[in-house]
Design a protein around this ligand. Structure first.
Ligand SMILES: NC(=O)C1=CN([C@@H]2O[C@H](COP(=O)(O)OP(=O)(O)OC[C@H]3O[C@@H](n4cnc5c(N)ncnc54)[C@H](O)[C@@H]3O)[C@@H](O)[C@H]2O)C=CC1
Ligand SMILES: O=C(CO)COP(=O)(O)O
Ligand SMILES: [Zn+2]
Length: 360
């Protein structure tokens, strides 16, 4: 792994200064993908490119990108699960081909993989989301699956984002509903950060908290518009996903967008792999967390129901027992991150929390 001077600076903790990294170019809207060649030219990048995509998305957006970049040297690779092994495989490929820029076209896992490889090899990357399913599109953090569960690691934010609302609107509706739920999760993520400040003295960023909270509020206010799952809806959700990513970059951690509801979601993914999309699990975690915080959980539940995101384990084909287990074991994920799930919850309490999910 290369260690450049700027990496040393970036990783160093300064008492009185902060290093915030943000994307430089953001191109969003109808047919935005067609601008990709211009974006690369604008960035002044010449040399071999690496296109990363998923199994499905390589055949659609990935292929379209290869056509758009005809005449340039492009190596392509399909990314699987996001694990350290997979990251190492892509790093070897990038180094062997002398790659100067990565283009990540896919869902959250593809983009997170590119982010980590970009950071580790000090190569820039462009984020081309194919689904409005997560708020990692712009953030400088990545979530990596390990044997001990999900870990949040330092990564590069994209140098540019090319978000084509036509592509996002054409993706399965379930994906945009998941992105919506990942945003609604910001409500309880912020409440947990505040709770941790009170209980553990953790430092918070008021700016990051406010920005994160606004994105959640905008989602709830726009539930009826998002429900259409058209390009306008993609635009609304995309803007919020972007802003939430910026909140994470300001904070220098995923804290403003990931609290106990995310710890629950990561545990659920471990206990019932492949059943729920990340955002879907976070949505259910948010309802549970809001009940624990004694906040307006019905508002969260109503808004998720409006856009068709799941609000019960049954809708995800997951048993109530597994969800109870995920509530009780959420604290095992990132124990250093204090949230309401780290307070004492008995099995009976967890069971009644799950029962509340089914209440009309
Ligand atoms: N770094 C960060 O700040 C964040 C990272 N994440 C991470 O992102 C991941 C979740 O992202 P997701 O996109 O939900 O998961 P994902 O990357 O697994 O994608 C979900 C599914 O959607 C498919 N898909 C994507 N675009 C499609 C399209 N246009 N048409 C048809 N199928 C399409 C993918 O092939 C995949 O099967 C998790 O690993 C999560 O931890 C989530 C939020 C923030
Ligand atoms: O998913 C996130 C925000 O939506 C952040 O990811 P982590 O929960 O892995 O920190
Ligand atoms: Zn999330």
């Amino acid at each position: 792994m290369k260690t450049k001077n700027n990496r040393i600076l970036k990783d160093k903790t300064f008492d009185k200064s902060r290093w915030i990294q943000m994307p430089r170019d953001v191109i969003a809207g109808h047919d935005a993908l067609l601008q990709l060649p211009n974006v690369i030219t604008d960035l002044g990048i010449t040399g071999p490119l690496l296109l990363l995509s998923g199994k499905t998305t390589m055949q659609t957006t990935g292929s379209a990108i290869l056509r758009l970049l005809e005449g340039r040297q492009v190596v392509s690779a399909v990314v699987g699960e996001i694990t350290y092994e997979e990251i190492a495989r892509i790093e070897e490929l990038a180094q062997a081909a002398g790659i100067v820029l990565i283009i990540a076209a896919g869902g959250g896992r593809v983009i997170d993989t590119a982010k980590v490889v970009s950071y580790n090899l000090d190569i820039q990357f462009i984020s081309v989301p194919t689904a409005a399913s997560h708020d990692g599109i712009a953030s400088s953090r990545a979530s990596v699956m390990t044997e001990d569960g999900s870990v949040s690691v330092a990564a590069h934010p994209p140098l540019a984002i090319v978000a084509d609302t036509g592509i996002l609107a054409a993706a399965p509706r379930r994906l945009m509903a998941a992105g919506y739920a990942d945003m609604v999760a910001n409500y309880t993520a912020v409440l947990d950060w505040d709770l941790s400040k009170e209980k553990t003295g953790e430092q918070v960023s008021e700016y990051a908290m406010t920005l994160s909270m606004i994105t959640a509020e905008l989602m709830v206010e726009n539930a009826e518009n998002v429900k259409a799952f058209d390009e306008k809806a993609a635009w609304i959700v995309m803007k919020a996903l972007f802003a939430s990513g910026v909140a994470m970059s300001i904070a220098g951690s995923s804290r403003p967008a990931s609290g106990g509801e995310h710890k629950f979601a990561h545990m659920l993914e471990r206990l019932a792999p492949g059943k729920a999309l990340h955002g879907e699990a976070c949505g259910i975690g948010t309802i549970i967390s809001m009940i624990l915080h004694k906040g307006d959980w019905q508002k969260i539940r109503r808004s998720l129901k409006t856009i068709g995101a799941p609000v019960t384990p049954k809708e995800l084909d997951i048993s109530d027992e597994i969800v109870i287990e995920a509530i009780l074991r959420a604290k095992e994920i990132r124990p250093e991150r204090y949230t309401i799930f780290d307070e004492e919850i008995t099995r009976d309490q967890a069971a009644s929390l799950v029962a509340w999910l089914y209440e009309e």
